[in-house]
Design a protein around this ligand. Structure first.
Ligand SMILES: Cc1ncc(COP(=O)(O)O)c(C=O)c1O
Length: 445
């Protein structure tokens, strides 16, 4: 499906048809399954979502970082269609399928580390996280898992327990999974004694806590997002991840990099951890791996992956052949179109624009990013760094939508605007979307 790559607002947004659907949605779907934007998609292609009222919106959200290769790219659609006609599902545990094995081989080759690797597949990011923890526990014979402030790892019981933020993810849903220990994340902008001290002080605290409170010999794994996603696109202070990896190596603790949001070119590499001089033991992927089809993966050291007995990992749909075939086409597209490099080039363009906006809008406290994983943190006052209230941030998001740009917030304090356009977006459309955002901030500012 080809939709002209243009922004076109033809009704007020939400338009009448979206509003009508939302009345039905209200009666049929629980409120907990939230909607950020009160519009209904009719179709999508490239960087454009067309809603049921015929509005064409520039997509800076990409289904929360799922469409790095853009909406409905022809090769991915074709690969999925061809697989659909051949075989939709036999369950890998019953009879194996080719795309599963081939995709495992591709991810093993792409993941950092010049050692033997293996990959297993599941359906969602949370499931990949659950499996990575199971593998780490089985391999080490230990139980404790270290996670961080501002972390997001999903919504299933274990993944929710690893996630930091109470509201909305955990509120009223305990008791949580045991043997989870949370440490401070070296968040430069909000580190109390200044960004220059963040890595050193956070590492010293981690070392102490892991020794005194948890006991290193009890820790199976440290799980960390190389760039925190839902927590607010937080790039840890330089050296923090490397220091953590060193502690892990010293004590036989597995280092799990959760690349579900930061991987597949979003941060300019296949995996964001590649820029940190760290080789993880296990990596979780999902989101942009499947280009819109649900699939997730755990890739890791063969000795750890093979430590689990036969039948100890799996699930009915894991590595479904249609999703796996689409994923292979996604990897092909990233390679063919040099999207890692394009992510870095476009990201520089976005970052310089955001820095320029920061000079004009006092509400922008911090601008940060690497490649096409960029964000700005909004504050009431730059001196105190008090987060901007959620309502003002929501007004920016709403104004963008009314003017044909789909945008997302993030952050523990719900005050970060994160930008997730497809890596394939045309420069002119990217600039146009940023102009709309600029004006929206000005109007609320
Ligand atoms: C870093 C990270 N881990 C895990 C998840 C959970 O993925 P899913 O929503 O597919 O379960 C997410 C989702 O946003 C994520 O960003």
């Amino acid at each position: 499906m080809d939709i002209p790559q243009e922004r076109k607002v033809v009704t007020e947004i939400p338009g009448p048809k979206s509003r009508e659907w939302f009345e039905r949605r209200k009666a049929a779907v629980p409120q907990a399954v939230f909607n950020i934007h009160p519009i209904v998609t009719a179709r999508a292609s490239g960087a454009i979502i067309e809603d049921v009222d015929g509005n064409r919106l520039i997509d800076f959200a990409t289904g929360i970082s799922v469409l790095n290769v853009g909406h409905t790219p022809p090769e991915v659609v074709r690969a999925a269609q061809e697989q659909l006609e051949r075989d939709t599902h036999t369950c890998f545990h019953v009879t194996a399928n080719e795309p599963y094995i081939e995709l495992a081989e591709r991810l093993n080759a792409l993941a950092p580390g010049d050692f033997e690797k293996k990959t297993m597949f599941a359906n969602s990011g949370a499931e990949a996280v659950e499996n990575a923890v199971k593998i780490a526990r089985k391999f080490t014979g230990r139980q404790a898992i270290v996670t961080f402030d501002h972390a997001f790892h999903g919504r299933t019981l274990l993944a929710m327990s690893l996630t930091a933020k109470s509201m909305p993810y955990k509120q009223g849903m305990g008791p949580f999974a045991p043997e989870i220990y949370r440490l401070p994340f070296a968040y430069p902008y909000r580190w109390p004694t200044g960004p220059e001290n963040a890595a050193r002080e956070a590492l010293a605290y981690a070392r102490d806590e892991m020794h005194k409170v948890i006991g290193e010999e009890n820790i199976a794994a440290v799980i960390v997002e190389p760039v925190q996603g839902e927590g607010g696109f937080v790039f840890p202070a330089p050296g923090f991840l490397k220091g953590l990896a060193e502690i892990c190596a010293e004590h036989g603790i597995l280092f799990i990099a959760d690349e579900i949001q930061s991987g597949m070119g979003r941060a300019g590499r296949w995996f964001a951890i590649e820029d940190e001089d760290v080789v993880p033991d296990l990596i979780t992927s999902a989101k942009s791996l499947g280009g819109g089809l649900p699939i997730s993966a755990v890739t890791g050291r063969a000795d750890a992956m093979d430590s689990v007995h036969v039948g100890g990992l799996g699930g009915t749909y894991g590595g479904n052949p249609v999703a796996a075939a689409a994923s292979l086409a996604v990897l092909d597209q990233i390679e063919r179109e040099n999207l890692l490099e394009r992510s870095r080039t476009l990201g520089d363009r976005v970052l310089s624009r955001l820095h320029e906006m920061q000079e004009r809008h006092p509400v922008i406290g911090d601008v940060r990013g690497r490649a096409m994983m960029t964000a700005m943190e909004l504050v009431k006052d730059r001196q105190s760094k008090e987060p901007l209230d959620a309502e003002s941030g929501n007004a920016i998001v709403r104004t963008c939508l009314e003017n044909g740009v789909v945008i997302l917030k993030a952050g523990t304090y719900d005050n970060v605007i994160r930008l997730l356009p497809p890596l394939t977006i045309e420069e002119s459309l990217l600039d146009e979307g940023l102009n709309v955002l600029d004006e929206a901030i000005g109007s609320v500012g």
